[in-house]
Design a binder for this molecule. Structure first.
Ligand SMILES: [Zn+2]
Length: 345
């Protein structure tokens, strides 16, 4: 059986300035932006291709959009560096089937890239259902999700009005992908073919992936663990940049718990594979993130106030961008879904 059940319980810089004055697109995950001596600010584009990624073998691909790297044997990172989110989806191969962990921005076909890389049957699983991780879900027949009201709402897709800033001129380094109508761009609806819960295992043939339900960033956040290979896919719960924990659907209690759970895995994990910017991160950073969120919440570190009631806290390898209402213990409505772009009013 492919899915076996578990117990049913259950961005980097030498930055000198923070540029998140508006909740719109251009500063992106990289809120910390290099300020030159002349005072001009460089964009993420100037950091491309990121050294942390070019350390891996680039796969030759006929795509004007996706840049694909082989991170490990049978593990491909499908990166979208030319849009500021720098979203990363992962194709993970076994001998019998493959898992596609996230389907990207949905601005051009990810299916074409996947078909180039494998002939195995592909099962889609999402690290969470923010718009920038489910964009290509509609291209696949088999999509497994965590069954939460939040995920169900997001299956409707996101209208153009919600994601218009994501296709604004300044959101791209070299313009949109060929064929994308930026006036109409929206996230397409998708359907699920099954659900997963915490503790499930996905048997790909020669590779077993454990599903960890790690709510916090969103109610439906997942991590994947290849215990034998020492690999941990962290989605948006950890990456080496500014971690977004400010939207109303974020739950800081849950995040603190989930990140502590992930950091307990650090001794047995060789590599983190995050969903933004860089395709590999040091597992030790997870422990730093666990400590950071505790310090933020107990008031032992100071943040800097930003627009949209947001507050940013800077640490050595990452920053955490949260919001005043969440720090004050408020909870947003989770059942309405969310694109990942909304701020508190
Ligand atoms: Zn997200």
């Amino acid at each position: 059986m492919f899915v076996s059940s578990g117990p049913r319980v259950g961005r980097e810089l030498l930055a000198l300035t923070l540029l998140l004055s508006a909740p719109s697109a251009c500063a992106g995950k990289e809120t910390e932006t290099l300020e030159t001596e002349a005072g001009a600010t460089d964009r993420w584009c100037d950091l491309l291709p990121r050294e942390a990624n070019t350390a891996f073998e680039r796969v030759d691909m006929e795509s004007d959009w996706f840049e694909v790297y082989e991170v490990e044997d049978g593990v491909f990172a499908l990166t979208e560096p030319n849009q500021f989110q720098e979203t990363i989806s992962y194709l993970i191969l076994g001998t019998e089937r493959a898992v596609l962990f996230d389907t990207g921005l949905g601005m051009t076909s990810i299916r074409a890239v996947v078909d180039h890389l494998t002939r195995l049957p592909v099962v889609v699983l999402n690290s969470h259902t923010h718009y920038d991780h489910v964009g290509g879900n509609h291209e696949f027949d088999t999509v497994l999700t965590v069954d939460t009201p939040y995920s169900r709402s997001n299956q409707r897709g996101q209208p153009h009005s919600e994601v218009a800033g994501e296709v604004a001129e300044e959101s791209f380094c070299e313009g949109p992908p060929k064929g994308l109508d930026t006036e109409l761009f929206h996230t397409r609806p998708w359907t699920t073919s099954g659900t997963v819960v915490d503790g499930d295992s996905l048997d790909l043939g020669g590779r077993l992936l454990e599903v960890l339900h790690i709510p916090g960033h969103t109610p439906d956040s997942l991590a994947l663990l290849d215990r034998q290979g020492g690999l941990l896919w962290t989605g948006d719960s950890y990456y080496d940049a500014t971690i977004w924990l400010y939207v109303p659907e974020t739950d800081l209690d849950a995040y603190e718990h989930s990140i502590a759970r992930l950091s307990a895995l650090v001794p047995s994990v060789r590599r983190l594979l995050p969903a933004h910017n860089t395709i590999s991160a040091d597992p030790a950073h997870l422990s730093e993130a666990a400590r950071a969120i505790r310090q933020i919440r107990n008031g032992s570190v100071q943040g800097v106030e930003r627009s949209g009631k947001r507050v940013v806290f800077r640490f050595e390898n990452f920053s955490i961008l949260t919001s005043r209402p969440l720090l004050d213990g408020k909870r947003g409505i989770q059942s309405d879904g969310g694109s990942g772009l909304s701020t508190w009013r």
